[in-house]
Design a protein around this ligand. Structure first.
Ligand code: BGC
Length: 811
């Protein structure tokens, strides 16, 4: 989409220079603002036209039944789905009695700009009403990263020609109608009027609405207040009813005069607090926002982001579009998590209702590796949320006849909300993904309190699950049978390599943590015998190997299955799950998303270089990327095994997934894991960063078309900068104590402010991708050589958009 003429990209801003209503749904997601607690879709200020109005509060949900044709033991019966809460973004405008609505009259000028450094969304519109009145509207919207419960909008109106009579109607609107595409299983549930009014009040320039959900019984409060400046005679009146709080400002504007309205919004919700207590909390947050004032909120936002970018920015030289895309990705990851504060990070963040607002393994596997090195506080908070859901996870394990904790495949509050057994409950690897995120966070942050308060118990309860889920076979192996690995086109398979290798690390790390903290472990009921059983299971875990092909089958028997008939699959039959029965996908060699290749990345320490190259070549030919979680991992391993140009394409795919709407469902919300994948592809792919057991190493190598890649990281209280060109890498410890890192196998000692330069060794070019499918896919994907001028013109974006058949869709 950013190749669409309506858009311009600049290093720090996504700019829309004309309004194309066809793109409205997508831009509502792209221009969403959030802080991890409040999320506002990028709907137009005046509320209409809109494709999907959306305002979300993290973890504020409604329950709904999960229906089954036939009852089955262990099927979750209640689902949770995110609610579109009271909309506080709406600012309607009447110009000489006519509503400002871009579908009528003439839109003389339009621009929206998402400013990634300022953390605001700007809009300018010049409009002539059907009756000929011409007006300029400017708005700037922010969701505060500093004041968690607050958002604000600056709204300015001025005549373009003659005098105007204007009325600004600033609203709180509950239970607004939504229009959902029910045909796609990834869409969220749409509730009709989910909010029941409990109270409403209005006074001066302020209004407050209080509602409760009917099923989940959660209470929410939304409150607005305004600072208004207009010419003499400007008048304000407020009124409210069950679902509407409205502040109206009437003003007569002569040419050169301006009406300036600052709207302060505050939100809060609770499942426990009384109405008066919650009301006062939110009214207090509103008072604080008014007290900080518009300029103060802007300055706080900028300062917060300056600090973030100082430790997180990734500079990509040689492809301006990818430069913007990577920053856009980091910005949205921060928005999804910064102030979530022990609440979940949903797969769509707070940008849309897709997947019902659920959190999956996406958080621990994709998002937390980014946050751990860029905003570690947010990573720790997300894991503290997981820890807070241990009770339902333990209950679920008991229900399944297992020990320890069985974390849900999809959830909002902790209960399993996936009614789909093979790709839901059977995807037990989520436990090991959580354990892996715990270990990475501990190693990178050295947050001691975290290990004792949260880490140990998560490691212990996940290790217990593995010990009870697996079994010792007659030949001394520890097998984990009948699970679903990351590839959802295979189900209930035995000894999935990714699952087993991650479980192995989980079991070992739990036993190590128990030895470090015997006292705390004893309180969790762990004795030496139990820890020894984990070590034994880890030692004996079965990792299947195909002798004939000399590669790892992703699960036992996989490589004996029939290969999917790619030659006969039409481009419009992707994603396959919308066009073929699952039974057929399950019994054939076709891979939805990186699975064995994911193991090559996160358990790369368990494979030789040759195995990596051969495994990658094999799975590359089978992976259709029907999930957005695939491209970044393929980029990382393609880069490691020497397919740098292929890696570059995958980097583009991960980074541009939403900007180019490659999956055709950005309307439902951004793909937060794929956005995280943009960072992963850059830093772990071209930077070659690995962090096995707390040892930080890099093996940087750039594709020919990138001139320079610079990234920053936080690691054990230090800030590190890595600059890579085609010939050398420069490592700079920007602050903190000396640190040892690896560079292509060499250990380097870094001292603060003393850059160390090392040559980048040439790439071995990897194994040729020889199978017919690989050749086909590679030809389809590999870009033509292009000049720098073409790159500047954004051809990378067009290429990425064109690469996949238009009907390809995915998670
Ligand atoms: C993927 C899952 C992912 C989910 C949410 C699905 O399409 O296969 O791995 O967790 O989308 O992003």
């Amino acid at each position: 989409m950013i190749t669409h003429p309506a858009f311009e990209s600049a290093p720090w801003t996504l700019r829309e220079i004309e309004l194309d209503l066809e793109l409205l749904a997508q831009t509502e997601s792209l221009f969403a603002l959030a802080n991890g607690h409040i999320g506002l879709r990028g709907n137009l200020d005046e509320g209409e036209p809109s494709r999907l109005p959306g305002t979300y509060l993290n973890s504020f949900y409604e329950v709904r039944p999960l229906p089954y044709a036939e009852a089955g033991y262990g099927n979750p019966e209640a689902g949770q789905a995110v609610v579109n809460v009271t909309n506080g973004k709406i600012i309607r405008l009447l110009v000489d009695d006519e509503p400002f609505d871009v579908r009528y009259g003439e839109l003389l000028a339009h621009e929206r700009e998402l400013d990634l450094r300022g953390g605001v969304l700007h809009r300018t519109a010049e409009w002539r009403s059907p009756a000929g009145a011409a007006v300029r509207v400017r708005s700037t919207r922010l969701v505060s990263l500093v004041q968690r419960s607050a958002a604000a909008i600056l709204y300015e109106v001025e005549p373009l020609e003659g005098p105007l009579r204007v009325v600004v109607q600033s609203e709180l609107l509950a239970n607004e109608p939504t229009d959902r595409n029910e045909a796609d299983p990834r869409d969220g549930a749409a509730f009709e009027s989910p909010l029941e009014s409990e109270a409403f009040l209005s006074r001066d320039a302020a209004a407050t609405l209080i509602h409760v959900t009917r099923g989940s019984g959660l209470r929410m409060v939304a409150a607005i207040d305004h600072a208004i400046e207009g010419p003499p005679g400007t008048e304000t009146v407020a009124n409210s009813s069950t679902d509407l709080g409205r502040v109206q400002v009437a003003s007569d504007l002569a040419p050169g005069e301006r009406l300036r309205v600052v709207k302060f919004l505050a939100y809060g919700w609770s499942g426990q607090r009384s109405l008066p207590a919650l009301r006062d909390q939110v009214v207090g947050a509103r008072t604080e926002a008014v007290h900080t004032g518009w300029e103060g909120l802007l300055a706080g936002q900028r300062a917060y982001l300056d600090e973030f970018w100082d430790s997180a920015d990734v500079e990509v030289e040689g492809d301006p579009a990818l430069q913007l895309a990577v920053r856009f990705s980091l910005f949205h990851i921060l928005q999804a998590s910064a102030r979530a504060e022990r609440r979940a990070i949903p797969a769509k963040g707070l940008t849309g209702p897709g997947y019902d607002g659920h959190t999956f393994w996406d958080t621990e596997r994709y998002v937390l590796p980014v946050l751990t090195y860029t905003a570690p506080q947010a990573a720790g908070d997300a894991l503290r949320w997981r820890h807070a859901t241990l009770d339902p996870a333990r209950e679920r394990a008991r229900e399944l006849g297992l020990d320890g904790a069985a974390f849900p495949w999809r959830t909002i509050r902790g209960e399993e909300c996936s009614g789909y057994w093979p790709a839901g409950t059977a995807a037990f690897h989520i436990g090991a993904d959580i354990a892996d995120a715990v270990l990475r966070y501990i190693a990178a942050s050295e947050d001691e309190a975290f290990e004792s308060e949260v880490g140990l118990e998560l490691l212990v309860e996940t290790a217990r699950l593995w010990r009870s889920l697996g079994h010792d076979d007659a030949s001394g192996g520890f097998r984990i049978d009948g699970v679903t690995g990351p590839d959802e086109y295979s189900a209930l398979a035995d000894n999935n390599v990714y699952t087993n290798l991650l479980a192995q690390r989980n079991l070992r790390a739990a036993a190590d943590a128990v030895s470090r903290r015997p006292q705390a472990a004893a309180e969790l009921g762990v004795d030496l015998e139990e820890a020894a059983a984990w070590r034994k299971a880890a030692r004996d875990i079965v990792i299947p190997w195909d002798e004939t092909l000399g590669i790892h089958p992703q699960s036992e028997g996989f490589t004996r299955h029939q290969t999917w008939d790619f030659a006969r699959t039409r481009a419009d039959q992707y994603p396959l799950f919308l066009h073929f029965p699952y039974f057929d996908l399950y019994r054939k060699q076709v891979v939805k998303q990186a699975d064995l290749v994911l193991a090559l990345h996160w358990r790369g320490d368990a494979f030789s270089d040759e195995e990596k190259a051969k495994d990658f070549a094999y799975y590359e030919a089978l992976t259709v990327r029907d999930s957005s979680l695939s491209a970044c991992t393929q980029a990382v391993i393609a880069a490691e095994v020497g397919h740098l140009e292929l890696a570059y394409d995958y980097f583009g795919e991960a980074a541009l997934l939403d900007l180019d709407d490659l999956e055709h469902n950005t309307r439902d919300g951004l793909h937060i894991a794929s956005l995280a994948g943009a960072w992963i592809a850059a830093v772990a792919g071209f930077g070659g960063m690995r962090d096995y057991d707390g040892k930080l190493s890099f093996a940087p190598r750039l594709p020919a078309r990138l001139e320079r890649l610079t990234f920053r990281l936080l690691f054990r209280g230090r800030r590190l900068k890595v600059e890579v060109t085609n010939t050398k890498a420069v490592y700079t410890l920007m602050d903190g104590d000396p640190l040892e890192i690896g560079h292509h196998g060499e250990t380097i000692g870094l001292s603060p402010h003393e850059p160390v330069t090392r040559p980048v060794p040439p790439s071995s070019n990897g194994l040729l991708l020889t199978s017919p499918t690989a050749a086909r896919r590679a030809a389809q994907m590999r870009p033509q050589p292009r000049s720098r001028a073409e790159a500047d013109a954004g051809t990378a974006l067009r290429r990425a958009a064109a690469r996949r058949p238009p009907a390809i869709d995915g998670g």
